[in-house]
Design a protein around this ligand. Sequence first.
Ligand code: NA7
Length: 538
Amino acid sequence: MADGSVVARAPLRSAEVDAVVVGAGFGGLYMLYKLREQGFSVQGFEAGDDVGGTWYWNRYPGARCDIPSLFYSYKWSDELQRDWKWTEKYAAQPEIHAYARHVADRFDLRPMIAFETRVLSATFDETADRWSVVTDRGDEVSCRWLIMATGCLSTPRAPAIPGVNSFAVTTYHTGAWPHEGVDFTGQRVGVIGTGSSGIQSIPIIAEQAKRVTVFQRTANFSVPARNGPLTERDLALFWKGYDDYMALVKGPGMGFGGNPANAPPETPEARQARYEELWALGGAGFLAVWGNLLTSLEVNDEAATFVRAKIAEMVKDPAVAEILAPRDHPIGTKRICVDTGYYETFNRPNVELVNLRATPIEEITPAGVRTSIAAYPFDALVFATGFDAMTGALRAIDIRGVGGVELRDAWAAGPRAYLGLAIAGFPNMFVITGPGSPSVLSNMINSIEQHVEWIIRCLGEMRETGRSRIEADEAAQDAWVAHVAAVADKTLFPRAASWYMGANIPGKPRVFMPYIGAGYRRKCDEVAAAGYEGFVVA
Ligand code: NA7
């Protein structure tokens, strides 16, 4: 419960179900719905006391989706799609969470979920072709199919800084924000981290706090959201183009390989006009400016220069503007941020920026933060320091597959998964939007739906043909992992020390985790149509 108490319930002991679903975010909710619809018995587990996943935990001020709300909704129910009315172009966390709650209630999904329950381990029994799932509430559930809907950004990480736990007053992590909210009025607040969470929260914290000190290690590119209420006209346009949009969603699948049809025009004036147009429109669509933005350094650099010039226009103090201007990675190779008034916030008299490249943090002390040249006393400290992305939640569970091999060991040199859906040595287990699938570089809701629908088709076919076991073949997995890396290597993505690469976690292997090639959906469909090519079915 949000107040810290835990609802009492008897442990589910020796329960047997067809499927266990771990996580009740957007992936888990749809998976539960489909499993029940197809007549599978199912048990869901969720660590939080409510549904929503990412949108349950990330309640920091200013938390907002960076994909337009109309596109950030499930497509599997036309009635749901038409009934739910988003109020803003980019929905804020409370509204997205309300949407997840609405889905859970409307489709009566809650009875399938054991809340406030963390899965500790999952062990595969090779003689029975079943998983045994154990939780922190004493549950021991046996299932044929184990579906990990544990999310890509669900394991918040405090910064690896000496004395990180020694601050005597309160520390907050944007990814695990108190449900009752935080009142910073009259406080001196330190914020470490300038990714999306920092960039969204800093303007709001600055409006409230007496003083805000922002500690920036890497300057990030951010484009204005130009958020606002959704109008009848927006809705009419959306529905007018809905069939085309659905054709795109259900099409072969996007990629970052470059669309030659969208080449930059010859003249600098024409290119500048297009940058201005997209800047005025707002949003991450800026990255769609040219098909080769993420494959040509020269093209990328021009777009980056445009954004740096905008930062210099918005920030009055040229020295501060220079610190905020990203220069160490091509635009788009770290997740681009979408902000409301971020750069302008540095014009406020109560906001100061500390450049950690020049004066690194040496220690967090009971009083605040000490850099190489100064001590900053605080009443509150905010870690906007991100997540152990894409693999953190899976590695946190003691998952043991064939021969008792631990997933943590199998992934010691980086994650390996066939199609980002299944892992060799871990039969009957599926990962929704796992590493090696488009996941975080796509519209997550669309990718979730694609994976859930692929998995349910697979389980239905296993049942129809009386099979009890499906496992990714090691050679197919190796080939897929190599393909994922080869595709990434053709782009500029590997040039950034991003969380896509695991670079934000000290010691984490540097592997580009999302799949950015074209035709992913088609590939998955072809694999299924060919009788699960690349899988061993028994
Ligand atoms: P991100 O994007 O991982 O950002 C984390 C920020 O925290 C980033 O600026 C980091 O700097 C900074 N950071 C991390 N560790 C440290 C230490 N030790 N010292 C100083 N600064 C540090 O996480 P977010 O939560 O903002 O966003 C995650 C995703 O959620 C986002 O991409 C959207 O998809 C939604 P660095 O860049 O590593 O130098």
